[in-house]
Design a protein around this ligand. Structure first.
Ligand code: MG
Length: 381
């Protein structure tokens, strides 16, 4: 089969009444990590870019639960039959397109990689399914071991299993007896099925313990994203340059302050402290302390960056706006960004320096000083 133009329908078999996992509702409707198992499984296929349509095969008794899911239009629903095979057949009859992926609803942790691998191998060879080679020793026995079994060439089968829709539909219509899965049905009709790599995480929820494992796999990692803002003003005084973002810019006046009066670095430093809930620059470096007199302001910035690191945060973005009439900042912004890149140790495309005037209004408009505002974003994975 060629790779282009094929439509792929995922058939999710969810009509079973399985209560082995405990609880008084079928396992696919039990909640794991805040959502029914069925919703997790469905989302895996809804979010996969190569899945065109989805057929969800459900039990008539679950109509109310199904209605509560507010399914998108790409999901067709149909009722299951008395057996899994009958349910699959109903799903296949409702499917459209060239390729059908048949998946057990009880595997909500299926990965994008497995879905892609099954689709691509099915396009190439006509049928494919994921499996894991058996690595544990195999025994026969009851209460005691009575024998061992050679494990070479043995696989543990998973889903989704992929087929040419027309062929698997015909195979199911013709199959007699009870099959372990759809691969057995396809093989009985003469189809060769390629094995693609499965994943240990693609577990089938069967017992109560499996719910705990799935919960761990499905729970979203807690990403802590913080945004802090800073604002600072320094007054003009005597001097021949101003320090902005660690760069000396020639000017006929300087900025007054206890340190080197770098209004840009002070503001960014305060934004980082703000994101951490760690007060402000004056709290960490009191102006009353003579050791900071004339200090280079990158000392303050580095302290804030290190404090963020020590708390497990990564600085991912800084946006800084300098507000003054003179000196003209615009021609210097690329120099200021490059200096900040050195000081902050992050990529240049995560650093923004902008300049604006205040239209000759207010203290900045009258040329009495320079104001600055900044935003810093910190992320803890
Ligand atoms: Mg300041």
């Amino acid at each position: 089969m060629s790779n282009a133009g094929h439509t792929v329908t995922a058939i999710i078999v969810a009509a079973g009444r399985g209560l082995r996992a405990g609880g008084d509702v079928p396992k696919q409707w039990q909640a794991v990590a805040g959502k029914p198992v069925l919703a997790w499984t469905l989302n895996r296929f809804l979010n996969h870019p190569e899945i065109t349509n989805i057929v969800l095969v459900t039990h008539p008794d679950d109509a109310a639960r199904l209605a509560a899911l507010n399914l998108p239009g790409r999901v067709t629903t149909t009722h299951g039959g008395d057996t899994r095979a009958a349910s699959v057949l109903n799903g296949l009859a409702a499917a459209m397109g060239d390729i059908a992926l048949i998946h057990d609803v009880a595997r909500p942790c299926v990965t994008d990689q497995i879905i892609s691998d099954v689709i691509h191998a099915t396009r190439d060879t006509g049928a494919a399914a994921p499996a894991l080679q058996v690595t544990d020793a195999l025994w026969q026995g009851d209460t005691h071991v009575t024998g061992t079994q050679d494990r070479s060439g043995l696989y543990r089968a998973q889903t989704p299993q992929g087929f040419v829709l027309a062929k698997i539909l015909k195979a199911h219509q013709q199959f007699q007896g009870v099959a372990a899965d759809d691969v057995e049905v396809a093989r009985a009709a003469g189809t060769t099925v390629k094995i693609v790599p499965g994943d240990e995480n693609n577990l089938k929820i069967t017992t109560a313990n499996d719910f705990a494992r799935a919960q761990t796999l499905l729970e979203a990692p807690m990403i802590d994203v913080r945004t802090g803002n800073g604002f600072d003003v320094h007054r003009f005084g005597e001097g021949d340059h101003v320090m902005l973002c660690g760069v000396a810019i020639p000017h006929d006046r300087g900025l007054q302050g206890h340190s080197d009066a770098d209004v840009g670095l002070h503001t960014i430093t305060d934004a980082i402290y703000g994101a951490l809930g760690e007060g402000d620059i004056g709290q960490h470096f009191p102006p009353s302390d003579p050791q900071w007199k004339g200090a280079e302001s990158h000392i303050f910035l580095t302290h804030a960056v290190q404090l963020a690191k020590s708390k497990g945060f990564t600085l991912t973005h800084v946006d800084c706006t300098l507000i003054c009439e003179h000196p003209k900042i615009g021609p210097h912004t690329s120099t200021l960004r490059a200096k900040l890149q050195t000081l902050l140790g992050i990529d240049l495309d995560r650093i923004s320096v902008k300049a604006t005037t205040s239209e000759r209004l207010g203290f900045t408009g009258r040329g009495e000083g320079i104001a600055c505002m900044a935003t810093a974003t910190l992320v803890k994975p």
